[in-house]
Design a protein around this ligand. Structure first.
Ligand code: SF4
Length: 370
């Protein structure tokens, strides 16, 4: 849009000037905003997908401390990367990031490419992440649309399509591309200004229109439609999943099993669980059902599932806690072994595993503080 004559171009210029000036004053001081290192930008944008800023902060800092460069990530074992990601969820992101780092190391000499099309060839890098790296780290004219940007644009321009539908998303992307600065601002700052407005002012419920720097330019506000935009089709209710888990623990070790790579939570370690009767799982573990003590139920929400895990605890007897081969406790696993409690934190694991250990009263060092 910019670069053209006419009212549309002037409107876009005014919108950019106001939003960029507001962003300069109001932006939150976040660690990934203090750098233009493409690897750091890439890491932060990957972690921030589907995850809140406050949750990401400690993970981002620890990950960068441990693996400060693309090459360091490319050289790291998958288990180490998953351990650094433990509790952040969506573990596929971590695997893809590592695979892409290997490609950048091998094909680009460890230098992250700046071209959005090349970036999109990397594992796990879609239009959003490619646009973020290209614009924020390299100042390229590349648009990004996340949930925040889609909401802001749907309201500002009164877009009636569902922004998650193919048609609505295409419309929002086109608009975001047309709004990109063309010599009158930094594309990375512009993209971040839009996202910041969505994250802090134009929030999903009850947007703070009185504090909005562009409220007199907003079609939804003018039409009193802020509550109805963006339109969304009703979310599907999550599938309820019921499982049982057995925590076999002594005062210094707990039995953990590793999930096969091709199943949910692949590569992560957890107390053995199953979707069948608890007695069947107990018998696979060589535990009498009468020795199980019910510990409670853990409820854990994933993107499309709500898991209800009934947890039972039994004693891990010393003669079974030593280094020996345990049979895998079910078809979802490919390894099982007693892990000293002080070492659990270093094993890749999910937030669900933490909840299960907590309900079973197993104190694994450093887990609660993460
Ligand atoms: Fe969002 Fe309100 Fe600003 Fe419109 S005026 S962009 S609805 S915060």
């Amino acid at each position: 849009m910019s670069g053209r004559d006419g009212a549309e171009g002037r409107l876009a210029g005014e919108l950019r000037a106001r939003l960029l000036s507001w962003y300069g004053r109001a932006r939150r001081d976040l660690p990934w905003r203090r750098t233009r290192d493409p690897y750091a930008v890439w890491l932060s944008e990957t972690m921030l997908q589907q995850t809140r800023v406050e949750t990401v902060l400690p993970y981002y800092e620890r990950f960068l401390r441990e693996l400060p460069t693309v090459q360091a990530l490319a050289d790291a074992a998958e288990a180490r990367v998953l351990a650094l990601w433990s509790g952040l969820g969506y573990y596929r992101r971590a695997r893809m990031l590592r695979a892409a780092a290997k490609r950048v190391a091998a094909e680009y000499g460890g230098r992250v490419p700046s071209d959005p099309a090349e970036l999109r060839r990397l594992e796990g890098v879609g239009a959003y992440t490619a646009g973020a790296i290209a614009s924020i780290a390299f100042g390229r004219r590349a648009a990004i649309v996340d949930g925040n940007v889609a909401r802001v644009l749907a309201r500002l321009f009164a877009i009636d399509d569902d922004v998650k539908s193919a048609r609505g998303a295409a419309r929002v992307w086109r608009l975001a591309e047309r709004l990109l600065p063309d010599g009158d601002g930094d594309p990375g700052d512009w993209n971040q200004a839009l996202m910041e407005l969505g994250a802090t002012v134009c929030v999903p419920r009850d947007p703070k229109c009185d504090a909005c720097p562009v409220c007199d330019m907003c079609a939804a506000r003018a039409g009193r439609r802020t509550a109805e935009l963006p339109r969304a089709t009703a979310k599907r209710a999550p599938t309820e999943v019921r499982r049982v888990a057995i925590v076999l623990a002594s005062s210094d070790a707990v039995l953990l099993a590793r999930r096969r790579r091709d199943v949910l939570f692949g590569g992560l370690w957890e107390p053995p669980s199953a979707d069948g009767p608890v007695a069947e799982l107990a018998s696979r573990l060589g535990v009498r059902a009468s020795d199980l003590v019910p510990a409670g139920t853990v409820v854990h929400l994933l993107s499309h599932r709500r898991m209800h895990v009934e947890v039972a605890r039994a004693e891990l007897r010393p003669e079974r806690a030593g280094p020996r081969r345990w049979p895998v406790p079910g078809p979802e696993y490919d390894a099982a072994e007693p892990v000293p409690l002080r070492r659990v934190r270093g094993r890749p694991h999910s937030a669900l595993t933490r909840k299960i250990l907590m309900v079973a009263n197993v104190e694994a060092a450093g887990l609660r503080s993460r």
